[in-house]
Each structure stands twice: as C-alpha cells, then as structure tokens.
Design a protein around this ligand. Structure first.
Ligand SMILES: Nc1ncnc2c1ncn2[C@@H]1O[C@H](COP(=O)(O)OP(=O)(O)O)[C@@H](O)[C@H]1O
Ligand SMILES: [Mg+2]
Length: 474
C-alpha cells in the first residue's frame, strides 16, 4: 500500500463502486426475470413461465420442467419446454444415460461444457446441439424427488456457479410447491368425486327405503281392506243366486194360486191391485239382476286390489301382465271419468298375444300405475286443455329381440327436451309443490332396469304427446 501511487489508489477506489453498479444492474434484471418466472400463475401456465424465465435468467437457450413418472426404468414427463422462441411439445422420455438421471441421484448438477461427450447415449443432447447443462431435482417436503428442472445451452456456460445454483434453487422450490399443490388438488378432486358417488349411493338407498316403506304401507292397507270386504261381498254374491231361485219359486207359486183361485175375494183383489203385484213380479228380477252386476263389480275390484298388492309375492312369478294393466286401470277409474273441468279420458288398448312373464308382479303394477298417473296428469293439466284426451296402451312380443314390449302413450302436454333429460332423476318434478314427489319415474326406472334387466325409454313432443316404452326380456 505504501508503494502504490495515489492515482492507482484512486482508480481502484473509483473502479469499485462502478463494478458493483453493473453487478447490481445485472441482478436487478435477473431478479425481475425470477419474479416473472415464479409469480402468480398456477398449473400449466406456471410451468411454462417458469421454463421460459429460467432460460432467460440463466441466459441459455432451453428451459425444461419435468415430472418423474413412477416406472422402471425411470422416466420423466415434460410439463413445459421452452426452446428459445416458443414452447415445444410435452414429451415423455427415459432417464437412462441422461444428465437428468444424475440430477435425480445427486440433486443438482452443472456441466459448463462438453455435455454430449459426457453423455454419449443421450440423443436429445445431439438433437438440441447442447453444449452445456444445468439441472436440479424438484423435491417434496420430505426430500422425495418429484421431478427436475433443466436448462441447456448451445454454448459453453459463462457466469458464476453460485449464482446459477441459487437461481436453480429458487425455481425448484417454487416448482415443488406447485407440483405438490397440483397433486393435493387432484387428491381433493378425487375425494370430491368419491363423496359425490357416496352421496348418490345414499340417495339411491334412501329412495329404495322410501319406496319399500311406501309400498309396504300402501300394500298392507290395500290388502287389509280387500280382505275385509272380501267376506261380506262373498255372502252377498253367493246368496243372490239362492235368492233368485227362491223368488222364482214364490212367483211360480203365485201363478199356481192364481190358476186355482181365479176369483179371489174382494179384499184380496184390492190388496193385489194396491201392491201392484204385476209390477213387482217384473221388477224383482231386474233388481236382482243389477244387484248381481253390482256385487260382481265389487268382487272384481277386490280381486284387483289383491292382485295389485301382491305382497306375499316377494319372488318372481309367471304372471299375466294384461291382468296387471287391467287392475291398475281399474284402480285409476276414478281419475279417468269426466268432471266439471275435464272430459273423460279414453283408453285405447291394443293387446298383443303375450305369454306369462316371469317378473315381480306388484312392482310391475307399480310401474304401470306411475306411468298411467303421469299420463293422466299430462291430460288434465291446467296449462293446456286437451279436448279429446286419449291414452293408448299397446303390448306385444318382439321375437327378434326376445323382449316383451309395453308402450303407454298420451296425447297430453308433452315435455321439453331439457325436462325429458331429467325425468328419471330422483326428486325431479315439474309439478306444483305438494302434488309431485318426483319419485314415480325414478322408481319405475329402477324396477324395470335393475330388477328386471329391462329398458325404460321415453319420447315426447311438447304440446303433442308422450310415449313410454317398457321392454322386459322373456
Ligand atoms: N306423460 C307425461 N307427460 C308430460 N310430462 C311427464 C309425463 N310423465 C312424466 N313427466 C315429467 O316427468 C316428471 C317426473 O315424473 P315423476 O318421476 O313421476 O314425478 P312426479 O309425477 O311426482 O312429478 C314430471 O314432473 C313431468 O314433468
Ligand atoms: Mg309421477
């Protein structure tokens, strides 16, 4: 120091702050690139800006971020690849014989030159005309490698090793956070899907429970009533014939009396005239006739009710589905008749020749009931008066497909495409609160598709018609 001239001292002294300024300016722009590279974005956009600004910050041609793929031999899947002026494709490659494999093992590596000579097996280095390489492993919080970041250049590296290492570390730390965030996100989504599925299963189970509960309640009630009515009506029906026979005998006897006593006393003749015996003789047969028809009808209804609520039949049985349709129609009779507002609904049946079908009878009746009820609702809607309401019921066998087909069509209000797409969803209803449960078709679908391996489809045109088609394998 003593030997040095004041001028030299001055130069050194003035030089120092100048160097610092250039270095600071460099760091300034690098810092800007780093911030650009690792801030804000997430997902693919983040990896792209990370790869791009990594290359910029390190002043090299290529920047790349890849995720390790669990496989043997080790592989990596590129998340973003900056080629210097655009993003390249995201490819997958084997790590064998590449500098990336060393990075996987060692954590960080910088090869300032001759990279192709060091890794002669790596064809990608040749294709990229790489001369130098910088790489760092991306590790999770426990040190487990998740992937790596690599920067490659077509020339020898210049610059400060420590600085390069620091830059790599910053980008790697942020990338690790992003990869972990993405896998947490993915896990969360999977969890969500799982929860959604569980919820759907629960709803389905609830639906089945409600259905079972409703059906058993209704079924028990109906079969209870049917049973109670069955005895008294049997007395009436069974005794009508005897009554008829006795009356016939009595009437015959009267005729005989009249023959033997053609001139009764004045008192008797007056009584015969007053009681209008002739009329009674004619009318009593008619009365008995209509009593017979009436009790016949009650017997039919009772047998329909019992048929409908076949609760004892929890197994499949061979049944006549026409009988099921008929008893369901009978139960709905009260809804088909005309009232002050709506005209009578006509039922047009086209029954084909069908064999006995192996099915759960009461469940099939439930399906007919649900679909027919909806058809009646569609024909008796406040929104549109249907002047000639008709329900067409067609049955038949498709011998090619070996299926039994039942179609139930109404010329009612129909429905829009968006309604149509949701009719089988549980709890979906377009009816006013309190009148629709939105369960009828969901239950029907379950009965046809799940219990009977069949199909239930619907076509509709708003304001024109709706047609439900049931198919059951035979
Ligand atoms: N024949 C039909 N005509 C028009 N719309 C229908 C018909 N059948 C069903 N729908 C539509 O499907 C919906 C769901 O029917 P459903 O499951 O039986 O429930 P709900 O009858 O209680 O509304 C109905 O609200 C209605 O919008
Ligand atoms: Mg309904």
């Amino acid at each position: 120091m003593l030997n040095s001239s004041p001028t030299e001292n001055l130069t050194e002294a003035t030089n120092q702050p100048e160097d610092l300024t250039t270095e600071l300016t460099n760091w300034d722009s690098e810092l800007k690139f780093i911030v650009e590279g690792i801030s804000s974005q997430i997902g693919e956009a983040f990896f792209q800006s990370c790869a791009r600004y990594l290359a910029k910050t390190l002043r090299v041609q290529y920047g790349l971020i890849a995720e390790f793929v669990e496989s043997n031999p080790r592989k990596a899947k590129v998340l973003a690849f900056w080629t210097g002026d655009e993003f390249g494709p995201n490819f997958e490659y084997s790590l064998i014989g590449t500098p990336c494999d060393v990075v996987y093992e060692k954590g960080i590596r910088i090869y300032p030159n001759c990279i192709q000579k060091l890794f002669p097996e790596d064809q990608d280095l040749v294709d990229l005309q790489a001369e130098s390489y910088l790489g760092i492993a991306i590790v999770d919080i426990n040190g487990k490698p998740l992937g790596h970041i690599a920067a490659l250049h077509t020339q020898e590296l210049v610059g400060n090793y420590q600085e390069q290492e620091a830059i790599l570390k910053i980008f790697a730390a942020r990338s690790a956070a992003e990869i972990e965030r993405m896998s947490a996100d993915k896990a969360l989504k999977e969890q969500n899907i799982y929860l959604q599925e569980t919820l759907e299963k629960l709803q389905q189970t609830q639906l089945e429970l409600i259905q079972a509960e409703k059906m058993s309640g209704l079924g028990h009630l109906v079969s209870g009533i049917a049973h109670e009515i069955n005895n008294p009506i049997s007395f009436i029906y069974g005794n009508i014939q005897h009554t008829q026979d006795y009356i016939d005998i009595l009437l015959e006897l009267i005729v005989d009396y009249q023959l033997e006593l053609p001139h009764p006393s004045k008192w008797l003749q007056e009584k015969i005239d007053r009681l209008d015996l002739e009329f009674i003789q004619e009318d009593i047969t008619k009365i008995l006739g209509s009593m017979k028809t009436g009790s016949d009808r009650i017997r039919n209804i009772v047998s329909s009710l019992r048929n409908f609520s076949r609760f004892d039949e929890s197994t499949r049985k061979l049944v006549d589905l026409h009988e099921g349709i008929e008893s369901t129609l009978l139960m709905l009779q009260y809804r088909l008749q005309a009232d002050q507002v709506f005209p009578e609904i006509q039922i047009i049946k086209e029954y084909g020749k069908i064999p006995l079908i192996n099915c759960y009878a009461s469940q099939m009746n439930q399906v007919f009931l649900n679909i027919l009820n909806n058809a009646i609702d569609a024909l008796r809607s406040e929104s549109q008066i249907i002047s000639d309401p008709i329900i067409y019921i067609t049955t038949g066998i498709d011998y090619e497909e070996n299926t039994m087909k039942v179609s139930i069509m109404d010329n009612g209000i129909g429905m829009s495409q968006s309604t149509l797409s949701r009719i089988f969803d549980p709890f979906f209803t377009t009816k006013p609160v309190g009148s629709g449960t939105g369960l009828g078709l969901a239950i029907s679908y379950q009965i046809i598709v799940e219990q009977h391996d069949g199909k239930l489809n619907c076509v509709s045109s708003p304001g024109k018609f709706t047609k439900f088609m049931i198919e059951i394998p035979v």
